[in-house]
Design a protein around this ligand. Structure first.
Ligand SMILES: [Zn+2]
Ligand SMILES: [Zn+2]
Length: 463
């Protein structure tokens, strides 16, 4: 079997893993690289023909984050016979998020914010639904390619990361021997507020393992119940003093999990039931899909609806925004990294100078982003300057605190996956070099008999 990563392997980048199994060409995930623009953000689809001398018969999309699915329309254009497999929930999310992405790309182009043409338009997406094939968790489906000499069977397992997320198992024969490969995708083995922890097969031969938190020592030392306690205490303090708590989030997944947690804190009496919670934009559409699939996808509580948590819309006008920022109140808005000119950035600039208010960062703030700059300024002490928007430096007086509510497993949990599935071969993906290096050393130390690969972008591996 041949393996060729089509997305940059030096970082989180675009997930897109090509596999050739005796004549069958497959890709796991078809993402875009969030750090790049235009065609540079795409996986290197031409390498499938040029370097692997092959073709894509089937793609499996593990979940609806753009770094895993943002290039699906382009793949289908490149390989018109390819079928794209996923869970039903992921399909619903794609049919909502890809048109939104097309509109956003179009708008950026028209407003001169980018020189790149959109990767696809809403029209391009019209008949994509015909190449989507959905599967239940645990059900076998055929992935044998047109020129495949051996049968390849796929099966999806809950990955515990976001709504619809799944890991993929392949079963096939090679040199007369039955072999299995498992790709974890983005994984969370512990329960969040809505989505329960992932459930993977008992064993495998080849494990493709994500490594997002592989370099994060702090993550393995914090427990979710402790983080919830810390969050509860801080939020209560801010609301009691009449302040506004701004929670910058990713629209897809993190927003819904945070709303579920806020609902719980209200029910348990930590914050007054009438404290307004403001949300905005496409978050509402995603929440609706979470609610519609609550009985057909893995849930901690199938009765819980995101819309049971009362929400108000952030008003458009600056004057009305001023009113709601008088507090007390909670704003759950995107983007998680507080990029300009998203709502979380606009609102943060209005509150950072107020001692009464707070910015609660609930995920990992990537270096170089406004969220990271704010975190660093706050760590320097009251009044330290921060630049949240070009040409505007402000002193930070509000509370800034960080909480670990990641949708990813920390590295001890990742090691436990290896321990339990006991593969002969591990392929490390989806992590910074430092994270992969730690994981490699830790696996080699515990399982000297296991072969560990850190694939390089553009290099074919024989597995
Ligand atoms: Zn993800
Ligand atoms: Zn990812």
């Amino acid at each position: 079997m041949k393996y060729l990563p089509l997305g940059d392997t030096e970082d989180i980048a675009a997930s897109c893993h090509f596999l050739e199994i005796d004549g069958t060409g497959l890709v796991f995930d078809v993402g875009t690289d969030p750090r790049r623009e235009g065609s540079a953000s795409l996986p290197k689809f031409d390498w499938v023909r040029d370097r692997a001398h092959s073709y894509v018969d089937h793609a499996v999309v593990t979940h609806a984050h753009h770094d895993h699915m943002g290039a699906v329309p382009v793949l289908v254009e490149e390989f018109p016979h390819a079928m794209v497999h996923m869970t039903e929930a992921t399909k619903k999310l794609l049919e909502f998020l890809l048109p939104a992405s097309a509109r956003l790309q179009q708008k950026k182009r028209e407003q001169g914010e980018t020189e790149h043409e959109p990767l696809f338009t809403e029209d391009d997406l019209e008949f994509l639904s015909h190449v989507y094939l959905t599967h239940d968790l645990g059900a076998d489906f055929d992935l044998t390619g047109m020129a495949g000499n051996t049968e390849v069977t796929g099966r999806l397992y809950s990955a515990g990361h976001i709504l619809g997320s799944a890991g993929v198992e392949l079963a096939f024969e090679e040199n007369g021997e039955a072999r299995r490969l498992f790709y974890t995708s983005d994984t969370n083995m512990q329960a969040q507020s809505i989505i329960p922890g992932g459930e993977y097969p008992a064993s495998t031969d080849i494990l493709m393992l994500e490594t997002t938190l592989g370099a994060d020592e702090e993550a393995e030392q914090t427990s979710r119940p402790e983080e919830v306690e810390k969050f509860r205490t801080t939020l209560r303090r801010v609301i009691e003093r009449g302040g506004t708590a701004l929670i910058p989030v990713f629209v897809m997944g993190r927003a819904q999990e945070m709303l579920a947690m806020l609902g719980r804190l209200k029910r348990e009496g930590d914050i007054p039931v009438d404290t307004p919670i403001y949300t905005a934009g496409s978050m509402l559409g995603v929440a609706d899909l979470y609610d519609k699939t609550r009985e057909t996808t893995p849930r901690l509580d199938p009765d819980f609806r995101v819309f049971d948590v009362e929400q108000e819309r952030v008003p458009y006008s600056a004057e009305a925004k001023k009113d709601i920022l008088d507090g007390p109140g909670i704003m759950v808005v995107s983007s998680g990294m507080m990029f300009e000119p998203t709502l979380s950035n606009i609102l943060a600039r209005r509150i950072v100078e107020n001692e009464r208010d707070a910015v609660l960062i609930v995920g990992h703030a990537v270096e170089g982003t406004p969220a990271h700059r704010l975190q660093q300024a706050a760590a320097e002490g009251p009044g330290a300057p921060v630049r949240l928007a070009d040409g505007q430096v402000q002193p930070v007086h509000c509370t800034v605190e960080r909480f670990r509510f990641s949708g990813h497993s920390h590295r001890r949990d990742l090691l436990q996956i290896v321990e339990r599935m006991d593969p002969d071969t591990v392929v490390l993906v989806h992590g910074e070099p430092e994270a992969q290096a730690w994981m490699q050393a830790a696996i080699e130390d515990r399982h000297p008999e296991t072969e560990v690969h850190r694939p390089r972008w553009g290099e074919t591996l024989e597995l």
